[in-house]
Design a protein around this ligand. Structure first.
Ligand code: NDP
Length: 444
């Protein structure tokens, strides 16, 4: 049995109740075969065994009192996966679906994504099965304070730096930071990222993931003597990543003709009106059904369907598993040339394979949405310097990071004889830096 197959089998045997974690490990190790099965040092040093076992898992009780005076108890989790290249870094997710398998899958993936940014950040992830939806501000604050009272023992600006994720936005980060300060006595803004601008947040963090996605696509096209100018683009989602992907793509001369939310989707043949979209989603927190009021010539459809539209480029920016095999077939039939993921894991495995086999350039989120965490790392740098950079400075650094990520994954794919396979390129490039650091540190 090859080294890679042996490790996959061991991870499955050790974690039978963690399907998402097993899936992520299998996918990553599958594309590392060319590297790890051809050089004995990885097996001799048990690099894959060590990479698939988190440094530590912290699981804790989070008691809090709801508005009816009733005591509620949630579970808190922080997985500190790998700190070979820097402090653990990764978001906190508050959602009822959160469990150890999902947090381990996200933490494992985060190690490779963070490595790809070129910045010194290790991988971690955390969260709780608490659902902020429908809770009062006071309840959210009570939960966040209890969660942080325990988590504060394990984090720090040189140890582990959490950020937001699903269910954890500016409000939650504010409450978490306030309690961190209170229980530790440390006014260290670098302990969390995604902070408000009044207490150590970074300009351009809001835009970073969407902008970064488009910067990477821009470089990929430039490398082929092409550009975004005049291209037609389909975007899914209408949240943070989608809005700023639409904004940057439009600024660079593309026409984005779709967006969606969890109830329906919009087709605007004249190009999405960004001011209208921001007003609907960011100001009014309303549904996309409102869009037609601003743009009478647009179409609104219930359900899903953005991938039916004939476009040159598709950017899935909504959620996991939202671009299926039948969508991939439709995109190929319509002549789509590039699919780059803004969301985490929006494309199913069979859809990814179909796109790759049919000549579509496919960029996995691990590479193309890394602009968010990269800008979080820039927030940490500003906190360490006790300085705030201008929007333009942060944006220029973000752009350079995305250009570097593209060439890094492109070169890794070429070097291992799978030119243009950016799934393999991203996994190999992300892996190599972490593995080299682990080899340098000895058996720890
Ligand atoms: P938001 O919550 O801001 O937006 C998500 C958007 O997707 C919403 O418009 C939501 O609609 C929509 N959506 C959700 N489910 C579906 C569905 N089944 N079909 C169509 N639309 C749907 O999240 P973000 O924009 O921040 O995140 C989007 C993705 O990007 C996630 O996978 C996230 O993990 C990933 N990501 C985000 C980063 C960031 O910096 N924000 C960084 C890296 C990755 P509705 O409003 O109806 O719920």
């Amino acid at each position: 049995m090859s080294y890679s197959d042996d490790v996959i089998a061991r991870v499955k045997a050790k974690n039978p109740d963690q399907p998402e974690f097993i899936q992520a490990v299998t996918e990553v190790i599958d594309s590392l075969r060319l590297v790890v099965d051809n050089d004995p040092k990885y097996e001799e040093n048990a690099i894959l065994e060590r990479m698939t076992e988190p440094d530590r898992v912290i699981m804790f009780r989070v008691p809090w009192i709801d508005d009816n005076g009733k005591v509620q108890v949630n579970r808190g989790i922080r997985v500190q996966f790998n700190s070979a290249i820097g402090p653990y870094k990764g978001g906190l997710r508050f959602h009822p679906s959160v469990n150890l398998s999902i947090i381990k899958f996200l933490g494992f993936e985060q190690c490779f994504k963070n490595s790809l940014t070129g910045l010194p950040i290790g991988g971690g992830k955390g969260g709780s099965d608490f659902d902020p939806k429908g809770k009062s501000d006071r309840e959210v604050m009570a939960f966040c304070q209890s969660f942080m009272t325990e988590l504060a023992k394990y984090i720090g600006s040189d140890i582990d730096v959490p950020a937001g994720d699903i269910g954890v936005g500016g409000r939650e980060i504010g409450y978490l930071y306030g309690q961190y300060k209170r229980v530790t006595g440390l006014a260290t803004p670098g302990v969390l990222t995604g902070k408000g601008l009044t207490y150590g947040g970074s300009l351009a963090r809001t835009e970073a993931t969407g902008y970064g996605l488009v910067y990477l696509v821009q470089e990929l096209l430039k490398d082929r003597g092409d550009s975004l100018d005049g291209k037609t683009v389909a975007v899914s989602g209408a949240g943070n990543v989608a809005i700023y992907a639409i904004e940057k793509a439009t600024q660079l001369g593309a026409k984005v003709v779709t967006c969606s939310d969890s109830t329906g989707w919009v087709y605007d043949p004249e190009g999405i009106d960004l001011a209208a979209l921001k007003e609907i989603k960011e100001v009014n927190r309303a549904r996309l059904t409102e869009y037609k009021k601003y743009r009478p010539n647009s179409e609104y459809h219930d359900g899903r369907g953005v991938w039916q539209i004939k476009v040159d480029i598709a950017l899935p920016c909504a959620t996991q598993n939202e671009l299926f095999l039948e969508d991939a077939k439709q995109l190929v039939a319509n002549g789509c040339k590039v699919v780059a993921e803004g969301a985490n894991m929006p494309t199913t495995m069979d859809a990814t394979e179909y796109l790759q086999k049919n000549g579509v350039i496919f960029v996995p989120g691990k590479a193309s949405n890394a602009g968010g965490v990269a800008t979080s790392a820039l927030e940490m740098t500003q906190n360490s310097e006790r300085l705030s950079w201008t929007f333009e400075e942060v944006d220029a650094k973000l752009q350079q990071i995305m250009v570097n990520i593209y060439h890094n994954i492109d070169n890794a794919a070429k070097e291992y004889g799978v030119a243009g396979n950016y799934v393999a390129g991203a996994n190999i490039a992300g892996f190599q830096k972490v593995a080299d650091a682990m080899l340098a540190h000895g058996i720890v």
